[in-house]
Design a protein around this ligand. Structure first.
Ligand code: ADP
Ligand code: MG
Length: 247
């Protein structure tokens, strides 16, 4: 599972950058308990690109994302942001510029507003509305008994997986991330919703880099660059599934 953004970074560098959204992994390997998961990953993701990484469950997609956001250090190889290796960077600062939507977004007991503005306490009502609209969550909020002031969780409203996903996307977008990372968004949203979301993001003045990983090959419809992760290696992915679907 993709770890929460609040998890401490695995690096201790101090250099702060105004992140442009470019990532690279060079020769990255990772193993859990001596079982190799990633066996030499090289990937270059240009700023503003839309990238899909597909692979079966257990193939190491979430591990790869945790390395990319600096929560996990590779056993060998290195990760870079805007061409700078992570061990030089203040990763807490970098991570504030990256929106992360995990497989099971977490919400705390509190109002919808408190949950969405987590990490962006100074957000204005207009900015909150914009983020919620982009995330396709306006109708969800409007349908809640007290709108943004509705309590979630204990003694409050329970949200469905899809509702959580959209509110988590709104929370990520409110921080105006230079990169948005989505782990298994189709677990709770249909493919068309995911593609709509990415199309919306693409139209933003400073379109963030979008990295989406999924076991569902249909998500490659949204991407400019697609990779398949298999046996611990990344390879360029052919758009076969996508083309047969459109035909
Ligand atoms: P995916 O996201 O593609 O489903 P993961 O990156 O979550 O794959 O996991 C890759 C492999 O590593 C799986 O075999 C999984 O069981 C194993 N794994 C993941 N996390 C841990 C962990 N914390 N400890 C041990 N093994 C793990
Ligand atoms: Mg996963």
């Amino acid at each position: 599972e993709l770890l929460a953004a609040e998890t401490p970074p695995a690096y201790t560098g101090e250099r702060r950058i105004a992140f442009e959204g470019a990532f690279a992994l060079e020769g990255v390997t990772f193993e859990y308990d001596d079982v190799p998961t990633l066996r030499g990953i090289d990937i270059e993701i240009p700023a503003g690109a839309r990238v899909a990484i597909v692979g079966p469950n257990g193939s190491g997609k979430s591990t790869l994302l945790n390395i990319l956001v600096g929560i996990v250090r590779p056993k060998a190889g290195r990760a870079l942001a805007d061409g700078l290796p992570y061990d030089q960077l203040d990763m807490t600062s970098l991570r504030r510029q990256i929106g992360i939507v995990g497989q099971k977004p977490a919400f705390f007991y509190g109002t919808v507003r408190e949950n969405i503005t987590y990490g962006a306490p100074d957000a204005t009502d207009g900015q909150i509305d914009d983020a919620v609209r982009m995330a396709g969550a306006s109708r969800i909020v409007a349908a809640l008994p007290n709108g943004y002031e509705t309590q979630i969780g204990q003694n409050g409203v329970t949200l469905s997986g899809g509702e959580c996903q959209r509110l988590a996307i709104a929370r990520a977008l409110l921080r105006k991330p230079r990169a948005l990372i989505l782990d298994e968004p189709t677990n709770h949203l249909d493919v068309e919703s995911v593609i709509d979301l990415v199309t919306t993001l693409k139209k933003l003045p400073h379109a963030p880099t979008v990295i989406l990983v999924s076991h569902d090959p249909r998500v490659i419809d949204f991407a400019e660059i697609t990779y398949a992760l298999e046996d611990g290696r990344l390879r360029a992915h052919e758009h076969q599934f996508s083309q047969s679907r459109r035909a």
